[in-house]
Design a protein around this ligand. Structure first.
Ligand code: ZN
Length: 280
């Protein structure tokens, strides 16, 4: 099942993309693709509906982040060996965790802002994991039962703010629009093996990132179990699992984003995002 949210920013409605590719309204079934609506019980109920009984959404509304009311936006850094190498940083012994501000979240086709004074704005295609139920001290064996589904995340990053300024990476990861999520939340039952998905990112049509989640350093179950030792994961929390090589910082010479550039990124089975860069 492909769930999504459509409508103006902050006023998105829940929707479902049926197997014909038609957008249908889920407002009569759930308030939002968020929180308790991500429980396996509710997802099973939605999965049992006949989509043709849901009204068709007319026109071409804006598509929002595929998850609403995200409490935590958690990222795993340096989780592909070849990306760690291009960043010139050692592969971590345990998952490297950092937070991205939830206010950075935007829709998959929204314009992405280059912050004022920024000179090193960069892209990162990632497999996103959306939590479906409360997760505290979960074992690796049970971790995937806590997943509602998967989505594409662009972990947009300002490298100078991230690495040259004091403190943690948060400052370089949290500008408004630095977190496009979607277009769809694809429920867990539809993704046979989340650790074997191609993912890519192209800038102005040139493909810089081309990877597969099979080269993740820490797998999804390990990441969820690990995080749950430190914090309770809640329904609607989003985890970005790391980016494969090919980010702008790792190129020689480096390539950074400028106003007018277009990012296109996708993960196999999870759809494609497209954003144009604008000045903040
Ligand atoms: Zn990242």
């Amino acid at each position: 099942m492909k769930l999504l949210r459509y409508g103006p920013l902050g006023h998105e409605k829940p929707g479902l993309l049926d197997t014909e590719g038609t957008l249908r309204d889920l407002s009569g079934e759930i308030d939002d693709v968020a929180g308790d609506a991500l429980s396996s019980e509710t997802l099973e109920h939605l999965n049992g509906l006949d989509p043709t009984t849901l009204s068709v959404v007319e026109g071409t509304p804006r598509i929002g982040s595929c998850v609403g009311n995200v409490g935590k936006f958690i990222c795993i850094g340096l989780n592909y060996a070849d990306h760690a190498a291009e960043a010139g940083l050692p592969l971590p012994d345990e998952p490297l965790v950092f937070m991205k501000a939830a206010s950075a979240i935007c829709g998959p086709y929204d314009a992405v802002e280059i912050p004022r004074t920024s000179e090193k704005c960069d892209w990162e295609v990632e497999l996103g994991v959306v939590i479906g139920k409360r997760t505290k001290y979960v074992s690796e064996a049970e971790a995937l039962d806590h997943v509602a589904g998967y989505c594409v995340v662009n972990d947009v990053s300002e490298r100078d703010f991230q690495l040259q300024r004091t403190g943690q990476w948060t400052k370089g990861k949290s500008h408004d629009t630095f977190g496009p999520i979607g277009p769809w939340l694809v429920t867990r039952d539809e993704i046979t093996d989340p650790e074997n998905l191609d993912l890519y990112c192209a800038i102005n049509g040139h493909r810089y990132q081309d990877g597969n989640t099979r080269t993740l350093h820490f797998g999804i179950a390990t990441i969820i179990s690990h995080l749950s030792q430190f914090m309770t994961l809640e329904p609607g929390d989003v985890i970005a699992t790391g980016t494969p090589p090919g980010v702008g910082m790792g190129l020689n010479p480096p390539v950074y984003l400028k106003p007018g550039d277009v990012m296109e990124l996708g993960v196999e089975g999870l759809g494609v995002q497209r954003q144009t860069l604008v000045s903040a």
